[in-house]
Design a protein around this ligand. Structure first.
Ligand code: NAD
Length: 339
C-alpha cells in the first residue's frame, strides 16, 4: 500500500482531504502539521484511531524533522497543503508567508528529491494568476495565463509553484501542481468569507463586507477539490499544472445575501467596510484541461454545497465558537506543545 504524506492536514482543506482519502482510497496517510492557529486536530477526531492514519506534529521548514518523517514512514507520495493561507494576514505581515509557503516547500522538495519520492503534488491556488476584468466574462484563468500575483499570500504561493516547476525541469523530479478556486465547506476557519458570514449571522452580529461587495469569486465545494487532487495525483502528467474549479462565479455581496436569507435574517445586518488593499476584483477558473484530459468534474451543485455547509455550521456551533475564542489552541498546546 502507498504511504502518503499530507502536509497541513489539520487545516480546512487538508482535514477534509485526509478523510476523503481514507474513505475512498487505499493509502496509509501520514498527516504532518505544525498546528498553527489554522490547524485543528478536532477536525480529525472521528478518524484519529483509523489504523491507516497517523498524525505527526512538525514544521515543513525543519529539514531534519522532514527527513526523519519521510524515512520513518517510508513515504512514497507527498501532497503539500501546508501554508499560511489568509490574504488579510499576509497584508499585515508577510514574513511567515514567505517562510512557510516558499522555504517550507523548498525543504520538502529537497528532502523528497534526495529520497527519490515517487510523486510530489503541490496544492496551489488560482490567486497566482492575479485579477480578471469584471466585464469580460469570456476571459478565465487557464493554465497558461501569466503569473501576476497581487498579494503577499499569492506571491508566496506563486514562488512555490516556480520552485516546483524548476525541480521538474532541472532534476526531472515528479511534480504535479493543482490551482484551485475558492473553496467552501465544513471546518473552514471562520476568518474566510463564507464561514465568517454564517458565524456572524448566527450570532446576530453585523456582517462586514469589503468595499462595494462586487468582488467576484469562483466557488467550489471542498470535497470536489479533494476529488480533483486525487484525480491529478493518480492520472496527471508530471510537470503539468491543472486548474480545478466549478464554473461558479458569485459577487461576494450575493453570497452574503444568500446566507442571510437562508438564516432568516434581513439585509440590514450588512455593513460595508473599507476595502482590503489590492483586493483582486475577479477570479474565474477554466478547468477544461482536467475535465478533458483526466475526466474530472465537480459532483456538487452550488445550491447543494452551500446548503450542506450552512447546515454544518448550524449543527457545529461549538466547533466554530471554540475556534473563534482560541480555546481549541490552548487545549492542543497543552496536549501537543512538547511533543
Ligand atoms: N482555502 C481555499 O479556498 C484555497 C483555494 C485554493 C488553494 N488553497 C491552498 O490549499 C492549501 C490549504 O488551504 P486551507 O484553506 O486548508 O488552509 P488552512 O490555513 O486552513 O490550513 C493550513 C494548514 O497548514 C498548517 N501549517 C501552516 N504552516 C505550517 C508549517 N510550517 N508546517 C506544517 N504545517 C503548517 C496549519 O497548521 C494548517 O493546518 C493551501 O496551500 C492554500 O494555499 C486554498
Amino acid at each position: 500500500m502507498k504511504n502518503l504524506l499530507v502536509t497541513g492536514g489539520a487545516g480546512f482543506i487538508g482535514s477534509n482531504f485526509v478523510k476523503y482519502v481514507l474513505a475512498n482510497f487505499d493509502y496509509n496517510v501520514i498527516n504532518l502539521d505544525k498546528l498553527t492557529y489554522a490547524g485543528n486536530l478536532e477536525n480529525l477526531s472521528d478518524i484519529e484511531k483509523n489504523p491507516k492514519y497517523k498524525f505527526v506534529k512538525a514544521d515543513i521548514c525543519e529539514e531534519k524533522d522532514v527527513n526523519e518523517i519521510l524515512q520513518k514512514y517510508e513515504i512514497d507520495t507527498i501532497i503539500n497543503f501546508a501554508a499560511e493561507s489568509h490574504v488579510d494576514r499576509s497584508i499585515l505581515g508577510s514574513k511567515e508567508f514567505v517562510v512557510t509557503n516558499v522555504l517550507g516547500t523548498q525543504v520538502l522538495l529537497d528532502a523528497a528529491k534526495n529520497l527519490k519520492i515517487e510523486k510530489f503534488l503541490q496544492v496551489s491556488t488560482d490567486e497566482v494568476y492575479g485579477s480578471l476584468p469584471e466585464d469580460k466574462k469570456e476571459i478565465k484563468f487557464t493554465e497558461s495565463t501569466s503569473i501576476t500575483p497581487s498579494s503577499p499570500y499569492s506571491a508566496s504561493k506563486a514562488s512555490a509553484d516556480m520552485l516546483c516547476h524548476s525541480y521538474f525541469h532541472t532534476h526531472n523530479f515528479p511534480i504535479l501542481i493543482t490551482r484551485c478556486s475558492n473553496n467552501y465547506g465544513p471546518y473552514q476557519f471562520p476568518e474566510k468569507l463564507i464561514p465568517l458570514m454564517i458565524a456572524k449571522a448566527l450570532g446576530g452580529e453585523k456582517l462586514p463586507v469589503y468595499g462595494d461587495g462586487k468582488n467576484i469569486r469562483d466557488w467550489l465545494y471542498v470535497e470536489d477539490h479533494c476529488s480533483g487532487i486525487m484525480t491529478v495525483l493518480e492520472k496527471g502528467k508530471f510537470g503539468e499544472v491543472y486548474n480545478i474549479g466549478g464554473n461558479n462565479e458569485w459577487y461576494n455581496i450575493d453570497i452574503v445575501k444568500l446566507i442571510l436569507k437562508r438564516l432568516g435574517k434581513g439585509e440590514e445586518f450588512i455593513t460595508y467596510v473599507k476595502d482590503r488593499p489590492g483586493h483582486d476584483r475577479r477570479y474565474a477558473i477554466d478547468s477544461g484541461k482536467i475535465q478533458r484530459e483526466l475526466g474530472w468534474k465537480p459532483a456538487h451543485l452550488f445550491e447543494e454545497g452551500i446548503e450542506k455547509t450552512i447546515k454544518w455550521y448550524i449543527e457545529n456551533e461549538s466547533w466554530w465558537k471554540k475556534v473563534m475564542s482560541g480555546e481549541y489552541q490552548k487545549y492542543f498546546e497543552k496536549n501537543y506543545g512538547n511533543k
